[in-house]
Design a protein around this ligand. Structure first.
Ligand SMILES: O=C[C@H](O)[C@@H](O)CC(=O)C(=O)O
Ligand SMILES: [Zn+2]
Length: 280
């Protein structure tokens, strides 16, 4: 398993492009019939990608569970949020099968022993993007379709950031231990997310960008508000954002992204906003 240790904001100022990418960027999540996993020591959040094609792929495929997590199965002390960003597919959680269309979500409770991924059509495979956080109790495994997500329209075309924040795994929608996740969709012609930017000292966050058209990309802004850097993100890649870092992107076209947070609290509005005039 790919393990990322923690970086502090002082050392980060001296990182080269290469070092920044090695530390924070997550690539190649969707390899046929495998599970790719990146374990971050930032709040011990784990990012998984699975693209089942010809097989039913279990969550622990290729993962030495005892060595990686010190537990008998992956979700013995963890909870998991799953989004499908590919073709139709299903997720089986302890024998119950849930159908996930494009942009549908499944929250899987701590204590679930078996999670298995399948695609409906191998020529249009499902792509399951997942984030897992440590969890201390079982909450209810819940399917949330994109239609049922709580919608928060924000932004304006005048500032090129008109978008809809879809809250899925969120205290207003369902109870979890610490994970919250959602999907933000930019309107055509809009390119900025999360600007004005913010940080949240009590939570880390991971963004994965998808729906970036061929030949386009997203400049993801990171670093402290007083010392910003950017990282070039291509389609279906993810970026780890420690609590000290802003996380905001500007695309060369519209795109969609999934955000995932874990940490001390789940209060979505517990953010420190940074005025654009104060960014450096
Ligand atoms: O802490 C919250 C997260 O950064 C995202 O919800 C922000 C976001 O989706 C957006 O502004 O588009
Ligand atoms: Zn945030």
């Amino acid at each position: 398993m790919d393990i990322r240790y923690s970086t502090n904001q002082r050392d980060f100022k001296r990182y080269t492009t290469e070092e920044t990418r090695r530390e924070f960027l997550i690539q190649n999540l969707y390899q046929p019939d495998t599970v790719q996993a990146v374990y971050s020591h930032v709040d011990r959040m784990v990012t998984f990608g699975c693209m089942p094609v010809d097989e039913a792929v279990p969550l622990d495929k290729g993962i030495a569970c005892m060595k990686s997590f010190g537990t008998n199965y992956v979700l013995e002390r963890r909870e998991l949020g799953i989004f499908n960003i590919g073709g139709a597919g299903s997720v089986e959680a302890d024998g119950v099968r849930y159908q996930l269309g494009f942009q549908d979500c499944l929250y899987v409770s701590q204590g679930t022993r078996e999670v298995v991924f399948r695609s409906a059509d191998p020529s249009r495979p499902a792509k399951f993007y997942m984030v897992s956080a440590p969890a201390h109790k079982a909450c209810k495994t819940t399917f949330i379709s994109i239609a049922d997500a709580k919608k928060k329209p924000v932004g304006d075309t005048a500032t090129a950031n008109k978008r809809v924040i879809n809250q899925f795994i969120h205290p207003d929608v369902l109870e979890t231990c610490q994970l919250s996740m959602g999907l933000t969709q930019l309107e055509p012609g809009n390119v900025w997310n999360t600007m004005p930017a913010h940080t949240h000292e009590r939570r880390m966050e991971i963004y994965t960008y998808f729906g970036i058209p061929e030949g386009q990309a997203v400049f993801h802004m990171m670093g402290e508000g007083q010392e910003t850097r950017h990282i070039l993100v291509h389609n279906e890649e993810a970026v780890i954002s420690p609590s000290w870092s802003i996380h905001s992107g500007c695309g060369t076209s519209a795109y969609t992204f999934i955000w995932a947070m874990g940490g001390e609290n789940q209060t979505f509005d517990d953010m420190d906003h940074i005025a654009i005039g104060d960014l450096r």
